[in-house]
Every structure is written in structure tokens, then in C-alpha cells.
Design a protein around this ligand. Sequence first.
Ligand SMILES: [Zn+2]
Length: 101
Amino acid sequence: MEILIMETATVRQRLMEILGQGGEVTAIDLSQAVGIGEKEVYQHLPHIARSLATQGRGLRIDPSRCLKCGYVFEDRKRFTRPGRCPRCRATYIRRPFFSIR
Ligand SMILES: [Zn+2]
């Protein structure tokens, strides 16, 4: 149990290090850099956003975008990529980009 908790902390630490390098990254970039699944990255991001907030910083999200019609998912509160565009119904959606501000 204790080992699991420590691993979670380590994974979050590594994710924050990569985000802190200044570039914009997707969950795929993060999953490859840390060696965890993309779904797992999405589980960590809300926690990372909260700990950044306690340091007076924040997780900046460049929102998902429809690659067919250009619709921007501005109001989306979740970190994951949406499945379908509400405007043109295309499923070719660009992933959101994350960075630390
Ligand atoms: Zn669209």
C-alpha cells in the first residue's frame, strides 16, 4: 500500500517536471515520457492542477479542437479528448495541450 502511494507521488512529480519544462504537451507526450498509459495521465491531471493551484500556479489547457471544422471545446471542464464535434459531428478531434502557467 505504501509503495503504491509513493509510486503515485513519483509519477505526479515526473509529470510536473515535464510540464514545467515550458513546452505544450499532450497526454500522449506525457504518457510516453513517464511510461504510463494515456488514461492514467488523465487521472493524474486534476491532482496536478490542484497542487499547482496551491503554489499559486495553474495548469493551462489549450483546448481540444475539431480538425474538420475548427470548433474549439472552450468550455470543456474535463481533461480528456472529446469523442465527437457537436457542430459537424466529426470524430477527428485534436487532443488538448497542457502547460504550466
Ligand atoms: Zn467539427
